[in-house]
Design a protein around this ligand. Sequence first.
Ligand code: HSE
Length: 315
Amino acid sequence: MSYPEVGKKIIVTVPSTTANLGPGFDCLGAALDLHNEFIFTRIDGSGDRFDLIMESTDGNHLRGGPENLVFRAAQKVWESANINPFALEARVKLAVPPARGLGSSATAIVAGLIGANAIMNSPLPKEKLLELAIDIEGHPDNVVPSLLGGLCLTARSSSQRWRIVRCEWHDSIKAVVAIPAIRLSTSEARRVMPKNVPISDAVTNMGALTLLLNGLKTGNDELIREGMFDKLHEPYRWKLIKGGLEVKDAALKAGALGCAISGAGPSILALCKKDNGKEVSQAMVKAWEKLNVASRAPYLNVQTKGSQFREISNK
Ligand code: HSE
């Protein structure tokens, strides 16, 4: 296998994601059209040299070392493809805010996998990258849509394999995501959940997920209204999100069809019809403002293309 020349560059664009959508805890997620961009360059040096330079949209630069998720993901590619590690630089343009429930860690994992694979002319197929991504993140609902795009349901089948179903998302349904200035780590949001849940809650969630998926497929308002709720994780998590329930209430009063914690939070996802996205967005921001929490609530489309990469020439 030939190694890339020093200077070879690959640009990877990875979408943010909103996971769970209420009843789809740890299995359902959708890609959104807000992206992080990663530029990988083969640099001089041995495999333990990995320079990660992060540039946020506010112009701040941060440096990250080999413990970073991008690097860990790259290492997994090399291990799986029997490649001796080589030195890489990754420059990241961050548009997806970290620790907000928008899959920012998943973008780092997916970018590391795609970048490290693409710079070696893609020895691993996409299926293998998906498997590695789920393994690194520990749950599939962010990494899968981040890689493939669209609304994805990922489940472990009876044969213990991960099966991915691309679900339909009706054009008339739009997403508003209210993103507060506060942060919440996924590990903290998972710690507050019980190890076991009553069977009645599990049954309720299975039904709700079926209603929601059918509502999203057909654009049926009522199915979304009645299916977008959860008994497995949200009841334990709202207390971690200052003003979360007030924001949800404001969105529903402004005409949202349904509202859920985006991923592990603290961002809140509202689904609505095309024509009332603006009212919903304003109502959510105002509700947080009343509690002195700054936020913004962009109207985001479901991104269907998934992660993309291209090589850029130095010449
Ligand atoms: N399904 C995950 C959770 C998404 O809710 O903890 C966060 O990454």
